[in-house]
Design a protein around this ligand. Structure first.
Ligand code: IVH
Length: 667
């Protein structure tokens, strides 16, 4: 072979090698662009002379036109499924039975592997060339998905030598999470239907009649089993099998590992479970396989599953439930949050009966309606969510959810600011729900920390009109409290003592507890440090509030608006009259600011800002501002008409900044 034919062969070999390094060894040798360049060159050669095209050419992954249907493929060796265990006890029972059957006392060696959440496939290579791929089907007959499986790039068209004369490997086709999310994002942008999970996406993609569509889907495959092998002895262990699969160029899970006995299995299970959400693909459990083939053969099969392997499932993270209704909850700042009340369902290890839908746009996007059957998901410790509605099960007449025009609690008008996702009740403190939430927030641990003032008590107090504002809490009597349901004299006394204790608080706690929109603990602390006293903050305008580190225009506007309200000012005065105190703070340099540890002296006249503003901006970034120049001065900022201080700085060799220099530094 010479000329173009030799070049084409070389290109095919190179491309196969790069695929192997990338997909199997996870150690690419060349950048993607180089791969693309080689592929382009091969395509050009093949286009110029179609006789150069070979069956295993990487250009031929997507060949042919849509088939009418998938042909049936009989599995010479049946494709089995696995028995499941759901807890340690069931796993121990499995292990005990294996020991008994084998008459073996010593701990068994298992190979533990992730249980991939995709579709089982059987793929055959004859004389090293990919010949056929089939789905599991019913275990004895599957469907021919060769054209589609060929499009999966992690799957070699030709095995690496020395390859057995015939190899039927078993593995899983799945869709990695990143690809799944990208595909759904693109589908959403085009206004198309999205897949509910990676498994469905993989199944849908593999069963595309048009391989060109499969080719565009980000599918991957990992191999873990053997169907048939000819021309080479079958490996005598699962470890040996995985090594063989890898050596002929098939992708094998990097997580597969040999472990000793049940203890080793459990350790693996806990470890993989903890890392589950960080894996690039979805798994629904762990598979343990007795390593030695001789032992596998002695144990054999029971109906459809081997006695030498078992799946240890993670708690299901998706389940079906029915939406009883969609309600709107009113939060502390009046936000209306739609919440789906569900038939209780056990998912991800807990019982879920309420799921937030965040805002009305989300409700409409997912089109959740009362009566709908929905897929509920709770992965790891993430809050549960509704993944999708099972439209086929929607009861007739189910109406779309609409945003209420009036607050469901107080009846005030509900407003939705243009461009904002949240809709709000305009009732403010007149809304019982907002009052209740505001009081709970005020009493919470990181605010005034009033122990024993939980939601039940607050709800009662608000309902009975005994408390409307935080200051009212401090006027409660022992008798009033003791009269509440489930509140004895002892707990009433405890609560009074807690209220008394909470009167000595701090400025940051108070600011946080007031419940100003968007003012969390961190912002409260920054405001307190910057202004030093509540009076100073209340006197500040929006602009000066914005100069507090990390406070942007939106938060500054909320803070200014809060203190501009007469009701809020009255409420604060009432707190002071009730005996709540908080010591002022020394307006402090932010110890963690970018200019921490530097000392500045400002002299002369600045034009674009006042000296005070310059000083505040420096302090906000952690700097100290001093009046006199010394060896310890880091910078002198000199405006126009700077006099003696500038001269002194020059004498001591201290860096001098002009106004622009200061601006640059502040930026
Ligand atoms: S071994 C005879 N190993 O789980 C053994 N299966 O519930 C048969 N699966 O149909 C399968 N990861 O689709 C095996 N590491 C793994 C697996 C795995 C996922 C799937 C496979 C199988 C199903 C059985």
């Amino acid at each position: 072979m010479t000329g173009p034919a030799a070049r084409a062969a070389w290109l095919r070999e190179q491309l196969a090698l790069h695929d192997y390094r990338y997909y199997v060894l996870d150690d690419p040798q060349v950048p993607d662009a180089e791969y693309d360049r080689l592929m382009r060159e091969l395509r050009q050669l093949e286009a110029a002379d179609p006789q150069l095209v070979t069956a295993d050419s990487p250009t031929q992954r997507v060949a042919g036109s849509p088939g009418a249907a998938f042909r049936a493929v009989a599995h010479t060796v049946p494709m089995l499924s696995l028995d499941n265990v759901f807890n340690e006890e069931e796993l121990r029972a499995f292990d005990r039975r294996a020991h008994e059957r084998l008459g073996e006392d010593a701990p068994l060696t298992y190979v533990a592997e992730p249980k991939l959440d995709g579709l089982a496939v059987a793929v055959t290579w004859r004389d090293g060339l990919l010949e056929r791929a089939a789905t599991r089907g019913d275990g004895s007959t599957g469907e021919d998905v060769t054209a589609n499986v060929r499009t999966i790039r992690s799957l070699p068209q030709r095995l690496r030598a020395p390859a057995p004369a015939l190899l039927e490997a078993r593995g899983e086709v799945f869709m990695p999470l990143a690809g799944f999310e990208r595909m759904n994002r693109e589908a959403r942008e085009r206004g198309e239907k999205v897949f509910v999970n990676p498994r469905n996406a993989a199944a849908g993609s593999l069963r595309q009649l048009d391989a060109r569509i499969s080719a565009a889907r980000p599918l991957a495959a990992l191999f873990y089993g053997l169907g048939r092998i000819e021309g080479l002895a079958a490996p005598d262990s699962q470890q040996g099998l995985l090594a063989l699969l890898r050596s002929v160029g098939l992708p094998v899970s990097k997580e597969a590992r040999a472990v000793q006995g049940v203890e080793g299995c459990l350790e693996y299970y806990r470890d993989l479970g903890a890392r589950r959400s960080a894996l690039p693909y979805q798994i629904d459990g762990v598979v343990y396989k007795i390593d030695r083939r001789s032992e596998q053969e002695r144990l054999g099969f029971l109906s459809r599953a081997p006695r030498w392997a078992v799946a240890h499932k993670f708690p299901a993270d998706e389940a079906l439930s029915v939406v009883r209704e969609v309600e709107f909850q009113v939060g502390r700042t009046g936000t209306l949050t739609p919440v789906a009340r569900l038939e209780p369902v056990f998912v991800g290890g807990v019982t879920v009966s309420n799921v937030t839908l965040h805002n009305i746009d989300e409700v409409h996007r997912k089109d959740v309606r009362s009566g709908d059957t929905v897929i509920v998901r709770r992965a790891g410790d993430v809050i549960p969510e509704i993944v999708a509605v099972v439209i086929e099960r929607r009861p007739p007449g189910a109406a779309p959810v609409t945003l209420p025009q009036c607050c469901p609690v107080c009846g005030s008008v509900v407003l939705r600011v243009e461009g904002e996702a949240a809709a709000r009740c305009t009732g403010g403190f007149t809304c019982r729900a907002q009052r209740q939430e505001a009081l709970l927030h005020f009493a919470s641990r990181r605010a005034l920390d009033i122990e024993g003032l939980g939601d039940k008590v607050v709800e009662q107090l608000v309902e009975r009109n005994e408390v409307a504002s935080p200051a009212d809490l401090y006027r409660l009597s022992a008798a009033q409290l003791a009269a509440l349901p489930r509140m004895g004299e002892k707990s009433a006394a405890n609560l009074l003592a807690a209220l008394e204790r909470s009167k000595h608080t701090t400025l940051p706690r108070l600011l946080f507890g007031l419940g100003i929109r968007d003012v969390g603990e961190v912002t409260a602390l920054a405001l307190a440090r910057h202004f030093g006293s509540l009076e100073a903050l209340m006197a500040a305008d929006e602009d000066s509030i914005q100069r507090v580190p990390d406070v942007g225009p939106v938060v500054a506007a909320h803070v200014a608006a809060f203190f501009a309200s007469a009701a809020h000012r009255t409420g604060i005065r009432a707190l002071q009259e009730a005996g709540v105190t908080w010591p002022d703070m020394v307006p402090q340099a932010a110890a963690d600011g970018v200019l921490a540890g530097r000392t500045f002296v400002i002299t002369g006249t600045l034009t674009g800002m006042t000296r005070e503003q310059a000083q505040q901006a420096l302090v906000a970034r952690g700097a100290r501002v001093s009046n006199s120049v010394s060896k310890k001065t880091s910078y002198v900022v000199a405006g126009s008409d700077a006099g003696l201080k500038l001269a002194k700085a020059q004498e001591l060799g201290i860096p001098v900044l002009d106004e622009q220099g200061l601006r640059d530094l502040l930026r």
